[in-house]
Design a protein around this ligand. Structure first.
Ligand SMILES: CC(C)(COP(=O)(O)OP(=O)(O)OC[C@H]1O[C@@H](n2cnc3c(N)ncnc32)[C@H](O)[C@@H]1OP(=O)(O)O)[C@@H](O)C(=O)NCCC(=O)NCCS
Length: 169
């Protein structure tokens, strides 16, 4: 069963994905394009979401992508994704990016962001997903933080919709 009556743990869907950075990923200075990092984060988060829901899952929002440090050609980059919060049909996945200098072993934390996915049924409508079985205080705190972020995102969505319709939010 993969509906809202079933439960899954955070570890059931968490993944780490790796990518060696080649010149094709970078600009002429050897810095990897932000869009390349963003795409790989979304891929990582999308796999986590599909593993939790066992349904096709689409990205509905990306909550703040910050580039703390540059990623350079020749570095090995890992993308660690795990679920922090689930609603009825939506999932928030935290993705952390770390770049490793293979010659020195130095590891730099370069990015963190929350990706929100919605699971879809056969008619491409949002469909209910398993609840999250929280196993310790850290996971319970992350879930509560995710719930508050989701509330804020939905307020922002309402305001954006109102503005797009020419209304005063
Ligand atoms: C995802 C999609 C089907 C949702 O449709 P919708 O009409 O907004 O559906 P709903 O209002 O029923 O929302 C479904 C869920 O998404 C959440 N959601 C919708 N918009 C959101 C936003 N901007 N931020 C966070 N969550 C959002 C809702 O809170 C709800 O979650 P819940 O069931 O856990 O409470 C629709 O927005 C869509 O098709 N978007 C395009 C997706 C896409 O092409 N992505 C890029 C390629 S993968």
């Amino acid at each position: 069963m993969n509906d809202h009556s079933s439960t899954k743990t955070v570890d059931d869907s968490a993944i780490t994905m790796g990518q060696f950075m080649n010149p094709e990923h970078a600009n002429s200075l050897g810095n990897v394009h932000g869009g390349v990092i963003l795409k790989l984060c979304d891929e990582c988060g999308g796999i986590v979401a599909a593993r939790h829901a066992r349904r096709p899952s689409v990205t509905v929002a990306i909550d703040s992508m910050t580039f703390h440090r540059p990623v350079r050609v020749g570095q090995f980059v890992t993308f660690e994704g795990h679920i922090t919060y689930v609603g009825r049909t939506s999932m928030e996945v935290e993705v952390n990016v770390k770049a490793e200098n293979l010659l020195t072993g130095e590891i730099t934390h370069t990015n963190s962001a929350y990706f929100i996915y919605v699971a879809l049924d056969e008619t491409f409508e949002p469909t209910a997903i398993p609840k999250l079985l929280l196993q310790d205080d850290d996971e319970r705190q992350r879930f509560e933080d995710g719930r508050l972020r989701q509330e804020e995102r939905l307020v922002r969505r309402q305001r954006a919709k109102a503005r797009a319709n020419g209304e005063t939010p």
